[in-house]
Write a protein of this length. Sequence first.
Length: 214
Amino acid sequence: MEKIRVVEIFDSIEGEGGLIGYPTTFIRLEGCNLRCVWCDTKYSYDTDKYQLLSLDEILDKVKSFKNKKVCLTGGEPLYNEGFDVLFKTLLEEGYFLIVETNGTVFRSVIKDLWEPYKDSIYIVCSPKPFSNFFVNERLIPFIKEVKFVVDEVLRKQDILNVISKFENLPQLTFQPESNRQDMFEKARKLQKELLEKGFEFRLIPQVHEIFNLP
Ligand code: SF4
């Protein structure tokens, strides 16, 4: 079996979104199809610092941390060719899988394994202005949370365009960029305006930034 390009595997707490605070093992896969200007994980692409790890090597490391939740992140994890085998194996091993994606890429392994494992899969989509907030239509039925990073360019219409594509609304989250106070205030204003239209957003900071966690 081919080895998987992995930038890092580490033990922390989920620092963002609806599962914030849970003890979680993070597997950061190499590569991303976007180049967002405020990306805080640029080291996950444009790098030759990744390791080529076998599935067994990854599993050994994941098991050493004892966490019930594993987050596949990046970069863009769905852009990494190792995603399918990792996704399947971790589900079969009984882990709860969080997938953090920019929403542009779909992999059919998600659809194939959805029925038996849907309670153990939590796909968080964070659409990016750098892809015009594009969300792959085939991924939409499997997304359980949509998280908007509230930065200077995010507009209410961008948000409405994205959520109008969902038949059943997932959890809706605002995350102020880099925990900036001015972006918190913008998010709070958007939260109130969208509530008037019937959409309830949670406004959540990045906890790992506050506590200096990886
Ligand atoms: S999609 Fe995510 S990992 Fe990729 S460049 Fe944008 S912020 Fe960075």
